[in-house]
Write a protein that binds this ligand. Structure first.
Ligand SMILES: [Ca+2]
Length: 290
């Protein structure tokens, strides 16, 4: 006898519930992609895998990824964040703030890493490119982070270049190869080995494209360290030079790139890159370790 009453009350409640609810639509995910590096700006990759997890403002984990290596790409991670048109469990909504937790291969965990100052999720299906460098530089005197400074100090202390009573100064060129210890540390070469440094070892000038489209690629080869990425900068003059990042071609490819990555497993090598035809009279190039 009670059943008809129960059905009647459900019918009375249902319409008001439906009116109050916001329809939530699943949307295509927003992808954070970029480059994850340690304090020495060495990128993680498939040989030194770091894990990333994305959290929404309430601390709920909404995405996870691992670093990878891809030839001819500076990117080494892609966090695919599920999206919904309105806040809902397990997905973010447009405009939400995202923080990232990074677990390094050695187990160190970095929590609450804000991936960007405006790391709000844009429209569904959007792609954001965000670099992440772990650990801040705290040794401002030399522009080196404390752990790298410490490593350098002890490497110097036990090197043949140590002189008792001398204060360690990373701006000095201890091994006398023309590159300061600080620069070598940042570019991933050994500051206490005069045979190891980042340098351009071969250069062939490109032919100018005088508007005819008949320019010819130049060539440039440099020493590279495993696990590092390199970019190329050019200036038209060395008198108060304005260095600008330029695109170049990799061996066997006609697609211009900004970076070249050297796998962590690679031995010592000297990659050759091809310079795009320039229009100006002259250009100076420099290789920059990322
Ligand atoms: Ca040196």
């Amino acid at each position: 006898m009670n059943k008809p009453h129960l059905i009647a009350s459900l019918l009375a409640i249902a319409p008001s519930f439906l009116l109050a609810a916001t329809p939530i639509l699943a949307e295509s995910p927003c992808i954070f992609t970029g480059r994850l590096m340690d304090a020495e700006h060495v990128a993680f990759d498939t040989n030194r895998v770091a894990s990333l997890a994305a959290y929404d403002a309430s601390g709920k984990k909404i995405a996870a990824a691992k670093t990878f290596f891809r030839a001819n790409s500076r990117r080494n991670y892609a966090l695919t964040v599920p999206m919904a048109s309105a806040p809902v469990d397990g997905a973010a909504s447009p405009g939400a703030v995202v923080s990232v937790e990074v677990t390094e291969p050695n187990g160190a965990v970095w929590t609450g890493v804000v991936v960007d100052s405006d790391a709000t999720l844009g429209g569904p299906g959007s792609v954001k490119e965000v670099d992440i460098v772990l650990a801040k530089c705290t040794n401002n005197a030399y522009g080196l982070d404390d752990s790298l400074y410490d490593d350098l100090y002890w490497a110097w202390r036990y090197s043949q270049y140590y002189k008792p009573g001398e204060t360690f100064d990373p701006t000095k060129d201890h091994d006398g190869d023309g590159v300061s210890t600080r620069s070598e540390a940042l570019s991933g070469t050994n500051p206490f080995d005069s045979a190891d440094k980042l340098e351009i070892v071969f250069y062939k000038s490109e032919k100018s494209d005088s508007g005819s489209g008949a320019g010819e690629n130049g060539e440039l080869a440099f020493t590279a360290s495993p696990g590092r990425a390199y970019s190329l900068e050019a200036a038209t003059s060395l008198d108060n030079p304005q260095w600008e990042k330029v695109e170049f071609l990799n061996e066997g490819s006609s697609v211009p790139v900004n970076y070249i990555s050297v796998p962590a497993t690679a031995g010592g090598r000297t990659p050759t890159v091809y310079l795009l035809p320039k229009r100006g009279k002259q250009a100076f190039y420099r290789v920059k370790a990322e």
